[in-house]
Structure formats: C-alpha cells, structure tokens
Design a protein around this ligand. Structure first.
Ligand SMILES: Nc1ncnc2c1ncn2[C@@H]1O[C@H](COP(=O)(O)OP(=O)(O)O)[C@@H](O)[C@H]1O
Ligand SMILES: [Mg+2]
Length: 176
C-alpha cells in the first residue's frame, strides 16, 4: 500500500482486507489529540471495505469481539478508554429526517468519534465530516482516498500522510 498526495487529498491502495484494516488502525493512531468531536465519513459501494476499515479503527482502540455493519440497528457505540466511538451504517435510511427521530445528534459531543457508512443517506442531518474516506474496489486492490473537510481534518490528513510518523507506530499502513 503506497501513499500518494495531491493537494489536500491522499490516496492509498489496499491490496488485501488486512491492508484495509491496517489503514483503519493507522487512522486511529493519527487522530489529532484532544476532546473535540471527530467525524469520519466512509463512502463507497457495498463491498468497498467501509466496515473493514471501521473494524481496524475499533480494534486499534482496544475493541475486541465481532465488529459488523450495524445495518439493522443503524448504530453501535463502543466505549474505549478516553473515547466513545459511534459506528453508524445508514444504508437502510430512507429519509434523512429519520435520524432526528432516533436522536443521532445527541452523540455529536466531545470525546466522541463517529465512523459513518453511507453518510449520503443522512445528508443534511449529520455533522460535517472532518475526514471523508472514499473506498473503491478495483483490479489492483481497493483504493482509499482521503480528503479533509475541517481544520481538524487537515491536521489529521497531514499526520496520516507523514512517513516519519508511520515509522513510530507498531502497525503503520502497509507499504510505508
Ligand atoms: N483491500 C481489500 N482487498 C480485498 N478485499 C477486501 C479489501 N478490503 C476489504 N475487503 C473485503 O471486502 C468485503 C466487503 O468488505 P466490507 O468492509 O464489508 O464492505 P462495506 O462495508 O463497504 O460494504 C469483505 O469480505 C472484506 O474482507
Ligand atoms: Mg458495511
């Protein structure tokens, strides 16, 4: 998996499912310190690797046990030391206004991190993304393309694409 950077977008190629998970773990390792709410959109077709990436993130934060797409429950909240992680899968949402009914916004608060699959289905009813992670399966592997949407996201993206940082962690993204 190699990183290439152009402007404020960084691209990786994940050749295996393990690479996609490792990238999720790398996202977790590079999140800027602080209590601020952080929101990551995971964008891509069915099978693109969104849940795999979320699993890697959660595992890196110490979550053990199965991590599946919360397709039916819509969301799952994992409490980890110092950070609660909300993993949402909005695939089945028909009307974004439904999200107000389930009180999703109550979780938009400090010390929360959101990983949102199918954010398009919640358009207008979600906090803005700090990072948008696009995934797409191709012949060479699954492409992961990350863009920043906020100042926090820009700092995160800088850390993500910093090879010097990658050399400091136990599990850097493959290829670095
Ligand atoms: N980089 C990759 N290369 C090959 N297979 C992958 C890769 N990333 C994920 N997969 C596999 O693709 C399948 C679908 O992944 P999943 O994360 O459930 O997708 P999504 O949540 O986007 O629908 C899983 O079997 C997963 O192991
Ligand atoms: Mg999924």
């Amino acid at each position: 998996m190699n990183a290439t950077q152009s402007g404020v977008s960084v691209r990786w190629l994940a050749q295996t499912s393990e690479d996609t998970e490792a990238f999720g773990a790398w996202l977790a390792s590079t999140r800027p310190a602080g209590e601020a709410l952080a929101v990551v959109y995971l964008i891509g077709e069915l099978g693109a690797g969104k849940t795999t990436l979320a699993r890697g993130y959660l595992r890196a934060c110490g979550v053990a046990g199965p991590v599946r797409s919360p397709t039916y429950s819509l969301l799952e909240i994992y409490d980890t030391p110092g950070l609660s992680i909300l993993h949402a899968d909005l695939f089945r949402v028909q009307n974004a206004a439904e999200l107000d009914g389930i009180g999703l916004r109550e979780w938009a608060r400090p010390a929360f991190l959101w990983l949102v699959e199918w954010p398009e289905r919640g358009a207008g009813h979600l906090p803005q993304p700090d990072l948008s992670v696009g995934l797409s399966a191709g012949t060479a592997g699954h492409e992961i393309n990350v863009t920043a949407g906020t100042a926090l996201g820009v700092r995160w993206l800088n850390a993500l694409s910093n090879p010097a940082l990658a050399s400091l962690v136990e599990k850097p993204p493959p290829g670095t």
